[in-house]
Design a protein around this ligand. Sequence first.
Ligand SMILES: Cc1cc2nc3c(=O)[nH]c(=O)nc-3n(C[C@H](O)[C@H](O)[C@H](O)COP(=O)(O)OP(=O)(O)OC[C@H]3O[C@@H](n4cnc5c(N)ncnc54)[C@H](O)[C@@H]3O)c2cc1C
Length: 476
Amino acid sequence: MKIAVIGGGIVGSLIARELTRYEADVLLFEKEADIGWGVTKANSAIVHGCFHETPGTKRASFCVEGNRLYEALSRDLDVPFKRIGAYVVALCDDEIPILEELYEQGLQNGVPGLEIHDRETVLSREPHLNPSVIAGLWSPSVGITEPWALAIAAVENAVNNGLDLHTAEAVTSINVMDGHVKGIITEKGEYKVDAIVNAAGLFADRVADMAGLPSQVIFPRRGEYALLDKKGGSIVSSVIFPTPNTISKGTLVVPTVDGGILLGPTAEDLDREAKDATETTDHGVHEAIEGARRLVPGLDLSLVVKTFAGLRPETPNKQFVIGSTEVNEFFQAAGMRSPGLTAAPAVAQFLVHDVMAQDLSLDERRNFDPIRHGIRRVFDLAGKDADALIKSDPRYGRVICQCNHVTEGEIVEAIHRGARTLDGVKFRTRAGFGRCQGGFCTDKILMILARELGLSPKDITLRGVESVMLSRKVRP
Ligand SMILES: Cc1cc2nc3c(=O)[nH]c(=O)nc-3n(C[C@H](O)[C@H](O)[C@H](O)COP(=O)(O)OP(=O)(O)OC[C@H]3O[C@@H](n4cnc5c(N)ncnc54)[C@H](O)[C@@H]3O)c2cc1C
């Protein structure tokens, strides 16, 4: 049995990993040069508590179960996950009933530990909040993670369990005969496959079209952000939400796992075809910052190191599209809007174990290994362990990214694990993610990539074709 997964975002990566628990040849096709570069790359990175979700919906149940699974999954795959909790804050009397509604909704969804705190308690725990705060809904199960790192780790683990990974290979058509899946055609070749999973994120409607399914609509909803340097990281210790509006959970203040602070996102519906419109706008970034400042007025904006935007894959009825379809052996995990990151582990388990394994009569393998070890970060090691590592390989003693303390040894390890581009190194090691945003280390990382890959520096790109770094000499 040959099964192709289309899309190496968080959803497709976790599905591919679950599939490698079974006796099947699993292939993963990703159109980008690396894993996790679609919607998974640019979002709030919150493992939601799930009190925002309407009780009784798939989103609510997958969200609660996904949140529960994060601890063990992150431990198995050696990926950062911190359960730091969250406050939804009411800044005026009119917002109190909204907190109560979210609390009730959370109870119905089975969210653990919810409490409504008075002003004094909220301010004693988050002293930098707007002093006008009246009350806060506390949700201790909310966590933060590194979504792209989890996707990369899941694929690394899946490859160790037999996954056949095809990056930089877009699927261009699907062969269906007499209502059954027969094969897949990519920009590089043709593959006979027995089943397909559509986990193509924003592009899942186009992939569904390829299989001849009645039209699905997935349109982008842009969310813009500003990221603050680690120096500003201690201003809050939990995720701070405003009360939600009719379109989104609002503009937030979110600690990141590496100690920074994220402000945003906005929510702007775009044309269905604008699936690459990740540019930021003046008004969007302004709205993200002002929304965050309403919650935490003392944010130091001189610490903004980056602005960026992500696109939520929205469906008209706001529901996830998960399961089998009218085309035999064609399965979907599409329309994965927020809280898709939170829900992804539960969605992958449901689709693979409860749907595909039954429909395709898959047998479990005995030798699946769930454990993957992350790249050792010298600065996270105890002194004597760091010394020993540097002694065994002096490249771990050479710091390349000064902002995030990333050594040459870590960069080389990332390349040996599959990084082929500057972004590939950045998303595996955080080199270039810090205050200078690569200003002082890009050239060094580029030369290390060229050396390790045996390529000319001119062949090293930022993120694959069309992102050439060195086009010509400036001096003869
Ligand atoms: C602004 C914003 C904030 C969010 N915040 C949160 C949050 O805090 N918590 C939360 O739980 N969720 C959040 N989400 C939602 C979450 O990010 C998504 O649900 C999740 O990342 C979707 O993952 P995916 O794998 O479905 O999509 P993607 O990550 O987009 O993966 C799909 C992949 O398919 C590939 N692909 C597409 N077409 C083809 C093709 N033809 N051939 C091969 N490959 C193809 C793409 O390149 C892409 O890599 C947020 C989303 C946004 C945009």
